[in-house]
Design a protein around this ligand. Structure first.
Ligand SMILES: [Cu+2]
Length: 328
């Protein structure tokens, strides 16, 4: 008996020692207030589970060892013991209540996207991410930048193997950043553990989430929804920078995207309206095609039907009226 107990004690010591030495087996504490709360919640519930485990298995082991039949114990008879049944219903209920209260509070905070300073629309593609900084004109694709030779192990693996992209998402620290998540083909999931953000990107739906990063740094993540052959090759890189650096970066990006000055030659040629995919996709401010309340999709993510223009309505109405004239 002593031998078994000593073995269990050694195993527990070993596991806890390893956990302390290598914290990476646990979830990261993260760099946002919400991530700290999520981590603390996780640890609280973990220790509650440990305590329950120790008590339950302790009682079981004690009963098995000291009340075994071979030492002459008779089984106790406590069928239909109301007191006991009430106690073992109330105790788990109280424990669950104690867990549910802080958990719900944190979940509600994670869900509150109001009063954001910046909104970034994130679209998942097979197999890359697209970022659009709403209202700034800045948008870009973010692709894996690990060389193909490294992926097929014909070149040395870099420090950020499969964790590097050509265009990272740049965000300011200490600002509430709202993310609108959607996808263009299949379901993806935008997951950056250190921001405690993991949200599904679903075609035809818009999910919302937010973050406020406390520390400057580079935070990496990956797609967390099995989305096809190159699911493992669509990493996420978030560069959190100071507010000044972000303003500088944004201005640079905007200048890069400025349309070239129209030359006289171009003006003569471009009499016919240009119909490229982009100009069709993004209506300009001069040609509103949406009613003001339809500019932002509802949080249910349903796509609003295309609004009917006044001219079309008038035409439909006159058609109806002329049909009515023809009916006998
Ligand atoms: Cu994906």
């Amino acid at each position: 008996m002593k031998f078994i107990l000593r073995r269990i004690a050694w195993m527990l010591l070993l596991v806890s020692g390893q956990a302390a030495a290598n914290r990476s087996i646990n979830m990261p504490v993260g760099v946002t207030d919400v991530s700290h709360k999520v981590y603390n919640l996780h640890m609280t519930i973990f220790w509650i589970c440990v305590a329950i485990g120790v008590v339950v298995f302790g009682v079981m082991l004690y009963a098995i060892v000291f009340h075994r039949k071979s030492v002459g114990h008779q089984p106790a008879k406590f069928h239909d013991n109301t007191k006991l049944e009430v106690v073992w219903t109330i105790i788990p209920f109280l424990i669950l209540g104690a867990i549910a209260f802080p958990a719900t509070k944190t979940l509600l905070q994670m869900d509150d996207v109001s009063d954001s300073d910046l909104t970034i629309k994130v679209t998942g593609y097979m197999w890359r991410w697209h970022y659009e900084y709403l209202g700034t004109g800045v948008e870009f694709m973010s692709d894996l930048s690990t060389p193909y030779e490294a992926i097929i192990h014909r070149a040395a693996l870099g420090k950020d193997y499969l964790r590097e992209v050509d265009n990272p998402v740049v965000v300011p620290i200490n600002k509430k950043i709202r993310f609108l998540m959607t996808a263009n083909d299949v379901i993806h999931s935008w997951w950056v553990p250190e921001l405690a953000v993991k949200k599904d990107a679903i075609p035809g739906f818009i999910n919302e989430t937010w973050t406020r990063i406390n520390e400057v740094g580079r935070y990496t993540g990956q797609c967390a929804e099995l989305c096809g052959a190159r699911h493992a090759f669509m990493p996420i890189v978030v560069d959190a920078v100071s507010e000044q650096d972000f303003a500088k970066w944004l201005t640079e990006q905007q200048q890069m995207r400025m349309p070239p000055e129209p030359s006289p030659v171009n003006e003569q040629v471009s009499e016919e309206p240009m119909l490229d995919a982009e100009s069709q996709a993004a209506p300009t401010a001069e040609e509103p095609t949406m009613a003001p309340d339809q500019v932002l999709p509802a949080s249910t993510g349903e796509v609003s039907p295309a609004p009917v223009l006044d001219a079309e309505l008038i035409e439909q109405k006159s058609n109806l009226e002329s049909n009515e004239d023809l009916t006998p």
